[in-house]
Ligand binder design. Structure first.
Ligand SMILES: [Zn+2]
Length: 476
């Protein structure tokens, strides 16, 4: 009886939650709520959305910001109840309104201390028309979630799997399904039907197939692209092992360009962070800030390759790809080109000000400067081996040495692995590109020239020589 059983009743902006479990020993027992979620390395204190936790069987005392202590007097099952305020309308939050239920379980599900590996069962009791003042169609709700479903219940092997599997329900969910290399993929979501076009599905099929061939294996047997096209201007995606949630808006704009970029990026995270993970994040400790200096490897390589896959798989043409690349360079050089921090420092500081506003001239983006480093490494390797090797060899080796073995890597281990592929030391590169705030425009201009690209500064990039540029597209 190690199973943690959750029963969730959604209503407008609220989730009424019951957790039932059998304690393993008597005495004080701590229940925790995660204070952050993977994908955003910043403390969010979801507990601010819970007013109180109660139980009719044992006393419950709040003891810390996100911790409650139960006084366990015998080993019979205990049920605790609480209400979670679900009014965070983004991919990482939870939201219930008249038309939909979106639950990111990591926001709202308490777990017993050291219980992250206990199996879980979840029942979401979807509201009727009365509760939400809406008319639920005769067919009830449609749902999307990566968890296995048995009747009304969803099961997860562990709490970790549960909180890595967001849940979406609405009267109507648009849904496409296809198989690629034996893996079942879904594109499912809410919003005007025009956003779920055949053109979009075909583009997804292309980059999915390409990424699977590029990495040679896919870590999971089923994957869901979950999508919420919302009324307000929005652009947000969160990666998970078996799914991603993407929120885009407003409804009346063409979302195609953003959706191909975001989908490709989030899919590559299945390898780069969900599987191949920095040591400090393996396993995730949801109860404290986990500082690591390799955020630029997670987000930079994913940002760079996410766009590159669109070109390599034929979803966009060479000219569009050059524009995407130029867009990334512009975002770095115009905004952060003169910033004082290195990528290592800004990665550590994610927890301070990695998202939203920061002091002007302080940080660099682990996404855009990180993508610049990924581009630099790819070009260096390709130039030395005349395209016979590329960043692909680095990522394949990362998958083999770390991902497949479920072993975390350090920055120094990443350096050593890249140098092994490159065949010589890159200490000068790491010092300048990763560990310092030195301007990179000259280094970049020289590297890009070899690939037929003329970098004119400030994100202006010109394709001058199509013959030198074309091989940059090939995967091997
Ligand atoms: Zn990302």
């Amino acid at each position: 009886m190690r199973t943690l059983k959750y029963r969730i009743l959604p209503s407008f902006h609220a989730l009424d939650i019951e957790l039932t479990f059998v304690p393993t020993r008597m005495g004080p027992l701590r229940l925790h709520l995660p204070i952050w979620r993977p994908g955003r390395y910043q403390v969010q204190h979801f507990a601010k959305n819970i007013a109180s936790v109660t139980s009719s069987q044992v006393s419950v005392v709040k003891s810390d910001l996100s911790t409650w202590v139960l006084d366990v007097v015998d080993l019979r099952p205990i049920t605790v109840s609480y209400r979670y305020h679900a009014e965070q309308p983004d991919a990482g939050g939870s939201w219930v309104d008249e038309s939909m239920v979106y639950i990111n379980f990591i926001n709202c599900l308490l777990f017993p201390h050291a219980g992250e590996n206990r199996p879980c069962e979840v029942e979401v009791v979807l509201p009727t028309g009365d509760l939400l003042s809406i008319i639920t169609p005769a067919g009830g709700y449609e749902t999307s979630c990566a968890l296995r479903t048995y009747g009304n219940q969803m099961k997860a092997k562990t709490y970790r799997e549960l909180v890595d599997s967001p849940f979406l329900a609405a009267p109507k969910i648009h849904s496409h399904r296809w198989k690629s290399n034996g893996v079942t993929f879904y594109l499912q979501g809410l919003g005007p039907k025009t956003h779920f076009s055949d053109r979009l599905v075909k583009a997804y099929q292309k980059f999915v197939e390409y990424q699977l061939a590029y990495m040679g294996e896919f870590p999971v047997s089923e994957y869901r692209f979950m999508l919420w096209i919302c009324p307000k201007p929005f652009y947000h995606g969160v990666e998970h092992t078996k799914s991603t949630m993407m929120v885009l808006g407003p409804e009346d704009r063409d979302s195609y360009e953003d959706l191909i970029g975001l989908g490709s990026h989030e899919l590559y995270h299945v390898w780069n962070v969900a599987t191949i993970r920095p040591k400090a994040l393996l396993p995730y400790d949801y109860t404290k800030a986990v500082i690591f200096d390799t955020g630029w490897i997670i987000e930079g390589i994913t940002t760079y390759l996410g766009d590159w896959f669109l070109w390599a798989s034929g979803v966009v043409g060479a000219e569009e790809y050059v524009n995407l690349l130029a867009g990334n360079l512009k975002l770095h050089f115009e905004r952060d080109g003169m910033s004082k921090q290195s990528l290592v420092e800004s990665s550590i500081d994610l927890w301070l000000d990695g998202y939203g506003a920061s002091l002007p001239g302080k940080r660099v983006s682990i996404y855009f400067k990180g993508a610049l480093v990924a581009l630099g490494l790819d070009l260096l390797i390709r130039r030395k081996f005349n395209h016979a090797k590329s960043l692909r060899e680095v990522m394949l080796l990362m998958q083999e040495r770390y991902g497949r073995l479920k072993k975390g890597y350090t920055r120094q281990e990443f350096y050593a692995l890249v140098e092994e592929v490159y065949g010589e030391s890159l200490s000068g590169f790491w010092t300048v590109w990763v560990e310092s705030a030195a301007p990179l425009e000259e280094e970049l201009r020289e590297l890009l020239m070899f690939f037929g690209l003329d970098y004119q500064g400030k994100g202006l990039l010109q394709l001058n020589d199509a013959n030198s540029f074309a091989p940059f597209n090939c995967a091997t």
